[in-house]
Design a protein around this ligand. Structure first.
Ligand code: UD1
Length: 379
């Protein structure tokens, strides 16, 4: 019997691990252990996703919590090493690019265990982005690199990684999207607002939400600087929201920064912007598929917009997911955090009717991931 230990840590990991565990559970010859590092811990950032996506309760929760990157990564490594000593898995499977991905892949390789990275090979080329460091290091040391697209496979080859370690399997997040889309479409936008709204005194009526834009933002490059964050908030309040009502599920990091910079009250008082708590996965899919446009700096949303055909203004200067860009057949346009550029792009939005699903974004990626692990040729 093969023993696989998989790791999750933060919100974007949950939709990637769910279909993988579902595949494992179809196979009685595998003993599976799920470790949650606890980087994200609020119910709305973590537990709710387990319930919605049917992920089993983790066998272990390391309860690492918030902190500086070195603190989070160091504490995770120390705690995770103890689990590996006890469990001695045949494979450690990490997903995505969060601090848990990096910390757990290093710990496992230090103990000479096999590591598989799902969603390998993404590169933004921007080393100031914490996730880029996580991607580079994890891919350099992993034994099996499962890529979401051929651009990512090529990135790995360009870095001199042996072709035999790289397997193109497709985008595992799309397995989760496909599985949940029908249920998401049956939800009501108004119900989602009513159960998650923060600025309750704003009056909602159905007319407001016939047409709306969806905002999500949490990257340090957008929210950690007062001048950048202030210019973005002013743009949403004084310009964009006057043309289209906005719904904004707020990330805890962003909420904290807005309060620190004294910008939060202005947002709460703007009756054209509805602030929401972080929402559930299925609710997000509903809002995304019903919105006219998405403003985001999230990686996963760029991909979900591509499948849902929602025009996406990506508030970054680069992306590790170029396959989602308009020029490559997707829906997303890089607009950075230059408000003039964002406003211009907003006025020019067009729907790409020609969207073709990228190869292997077909709902069967988890099956291919597990097959690659089970057929791995040990030297
Ligand atoms: C992390 C990931 C990022 C991912 C994002 C999605 C890294 C380096 N970054 O960034 O790739 O896109 O998650 O959400 O791993 N907080 C809470 N409750 C929580 C979690 C966080 O209040 O459940 C607050 C904490 O105050 C913390 C801040 O949010 O200081 C940032 O959290 P952190 O886990 O450090 O990184 P994210 O910015 O969420």
């Amino acid at each position: 019997m093969i023993k696989i230990l998989s790791v999750v840590g933060a919100r974007p990991n949950f939709m990637k691990i769910a279909p993988f565990i579902e595949q494992i559970n179809k196979n009685t010859d595998i003993r599976h252990i799920l470790v949650h590092t606890g980087q994200h811990y609020d119910a709305r950032m973590s537990r709710n996703f387990f319930n919605t996506l049917g992920i089993p309760i983790p066998d272990v929760n390391l309860s690492i919590g918030s902190g500086t990157h070195s603190r989070q990564i160091g504490d995770t490594m120390i705690a995770f090493e103890k689990i590996l000593i006890k469990e001695k898995p045949d494979w450690v499977v990490v997903v995505g690019d969060v601090n848990a991905t990096l910390a757990c892949s290093i710990t496992a390789k230090k103990m000479n265990l096999k590591v598989c990275h799902i969603e390998a090979g993404l590169r933004s080329g921007d080393i100031t982005m914490p996730e880029e460091i996580n991607r580079l290091v994890t891919d350099r040391i992993s034994d099996l690199l499962l890529t979401p697209d051929l651009i990512s496979s090529q990135n790995l080859l360009n870095e001199g990684i042996s072709n035999s370690k790289i397997k193109f399997v497709g985008n595992i997040m799309i397995d989760t999207l496909d599985k949940n889309i029908k249920k998401a479409k049956s939800l009501s936008v108004l119900d989602i607002i009513n159960s998650n709204v923060i600025n309750k005194k704003n009056k909602f009526n159905h007319k407001n939400f016939k047409k709306f834009g969806l905002v999500t933002m949490h990257r340090p490059s957008n929210v950690d600087s007062l001048s950048i964050l202030k210019s973005i908030i002013q743009m949403f309040i004084n310009d964009i929201s006057k043309k289209m009502h906005l719904l904004w599920p707020i990330h805890p990091r962003t909420q904290k920064k807005l309060k620190e910079f004294d910008l939060y009250i202005d947002l709460l008082n703007c009756d054209r912007i509805t602030m929401l708590h972080p929402i559930d996965y299925i609710e997000m899919i509903k809002l995304n598929s019903s919105s006219k446009i998405v403003f985001t700096d999230s990686g996963g949303l760029q991909e979900e917009c591509t499948i849902l055909s929602t025009p996406c203004l990506t508030m970054r200067w680069n992306t590790e997911r170029p396959i989602t860009l308009l020029e490559n057949g997707g829906v997303s346009l890089l607009v950075g955090n230059d408000v003039q550029k964002i406003k211009h792009a907003f006025n020019q939005i067009r729907i790409n009717e020609e969207i073709k699903r990228p190869k292997y974004w077909d709902g069967k990626t988890a099956f291919r991931c597990l097959s690659e692990i089970l057929s791995y040729k040990y030297e």
